[in-house]
Ligand binder design. Structure first.
Ligand SMILES: [Zn+2]
Ligand SMILES: [Zn+2]
Length: 424
């Protein structure tokens, strides 16, 4: 019996891994242009951290966490809470009042596996802690947009404001009253949510619930003057950065800790409309976790979804593995010197492949094609005796003689001059 991977847990095979690395490299590059610094976190935390930050009555905490009940430990379902925990534990705000942090890695949720949604999934997560200004919200959103733009992805941006502890409670009370009057028409989840987490009813995906909440009171009409001004400033700042957006008053996000600005980058190219990335402001979270009264804003983007979308939307060739040179050693005499040459080329930074099987030219050229070699150096026993190999450009199929005279070092340097390493 063969052993297979667990449902919802997936191998990232080399062809996909190379694309993921491309996305991650772009993300690091762009995040660092915005002054973000990397933080690496454990994947296991005390369960209490997620209960206190994400909220007890959320889907994530209620039914999706991988928890070792006897140990009180949970595999992280998202990264923000862990970043906050680390931020507080190490007193990062003492060194620098505004911290810009990002992390990349796996998260775990026990959801029904479907296309682009796994139980172990991977996120790019960015957080700016300690800044209250609306311009910071816009800057963070602009950073996410820049990444998606540079990856060549077309997405739409939606924003909303969830208010604050001043204006949200009275709005919630009004919403509950509205929902209670329509109780019978709601789905089972929403009937329950009416009292545990009424805002979630607003973004229920079931058509019957959608129709019912169409005329529900809007939080945007209930914002206090401060929240109103903040939301207006976010919009003005986005406009000044040429970022297109739509306001969606029904977007509430699944986590309790959000305040004021929330946003989603959406696509309809992955089946039903799906968020490629999403985030928001969480002004009370750090204090709620026992830290200083600092505000924060962040987002998470799904690596799986970005990679899927790139496959689907991009007309550009996908980034792939390639070798700079393939050494086709065709005779007994040539195996040892070609092996030595490959080693020296690798020392000089070239990606060099070699086949030691002694197979014929045709088979070796086929292999060179399989590994995506840009050049192939062909050296048979005859060529070795004449000290002249053949260098073939695999794209243009042009061939030129290559001088095999001198020491292996001299040969490798001459080759380096002709081939040039690729920067990936
Ligand atoms: Zn408010
Ligand atoms: Zn519903």
């Amino acid at each position: 019996m063969k052993i297979q991977a667990i449902n919802g847990f997936k191998d990232i095979l080399p062809d996909t891994a190379v694309r993921w690395r491309h996305i991650e490299q772009r993300a690091r590059d762009i995040f660092e242009r915005f002054g973000m610094r990397e933080i690496r976190l454990p994947i296991m935390e005390k369960t209490e951290l997620f209960v206190r930050s994400i909220g007890e009555a959320t889907d994530v905490v209620e039914k999706e966490m991988y928890t070792f009940v006897d140990k009180g430990q949970t595999m992280r379902p998202e990264a923000t809470a862990s970043i906050m925990r680390a931020f507080i534990e190490h007193g990062l705000h003492v060194q620098q009042p505004v911290q810009r942090l990002y992390t990349i890695g796996p998260m775990f949720r026990h959801e029904r596996p479907q296309k682009g949604r796994l139980r172990q999934f991977h996120q790019l997560d960015a957080e700016i802690i300690g800044a209250v200004e609306a311009r910071v919200d816009a800057e963070l959103i602009a950073m996410g947009q820049m990444l998606l733009d540079e990856l060549g992805l077309a997405v739409s941006l939606e924003i909303n404001s969830l208010g604050c502890p001043v204006c949200r409670p009275p709005f919630k009370a009004g919403l509950v009253a509205f929902l209670e009057q329509r109780h019978e028409g709601l789905c089972e989840d929403c009937k329950r949510r009416t009292h545990t987490n009424p805002l979630r009813v607003l973004d229920c995906k079931k058509p019957t619930c959608r129709a019912l909440v169409e005329n529900a009171p809007s939080l945007l009409d209930a914002l206090c003057p401060d929240c109103n001004r903040h939301f207006r400033e976010v919009q003005e700042a986005l406009q000044s950065l040429d970022i297109a957006f739509k306001i969606n008053p029904f977007m509430v996000r699944g986590l309790d800790y959000y305040t004021r600005t929330t946003f989603e980058f959406l696509t309809s190219d992955l089946g039903a409309q799906a968020a490629v990335g999403a985030g928001g402001r969480y002004d009370g979270l750090i204090e709620q976790l026992g830290g200083p009264a600092l505000s924060g804003i962040g987002f998470a983007m799904g690596l799986e979804r970005i990679a899927l979308l790139m496959e689907q939307q991009s007309d550009k060739p996908q980034p792939g593995d390639s070798m700079d040179i393939f050494l086709a050693a065709l005779g007994d005499k040539t195996l040892a010197p070609c092996g030595q040459l490959a080693h020296l080329l690798r020392k000089q930074g070239l990606r060099a492949a070699i086949d030691y099987s002694g197979r014929g030219l045709k088979a070796q050229l086929k292999q060179a094609g399989r590994v995506n070699a840009r050049f192939t150096l062909i050296v048979g026993d005859d060529e070795w005796d004449r000290q002249q190999g053949i260098l073939r450009n695999m794209a243009t199929q042009e061939q030129q003689p290559f001088d095999l005279g001198g020491t292996p070092e001299q040969q490798s340097l001459r080759l380096l001059g002709l081939v040039q390493p690729t920067t990936n």
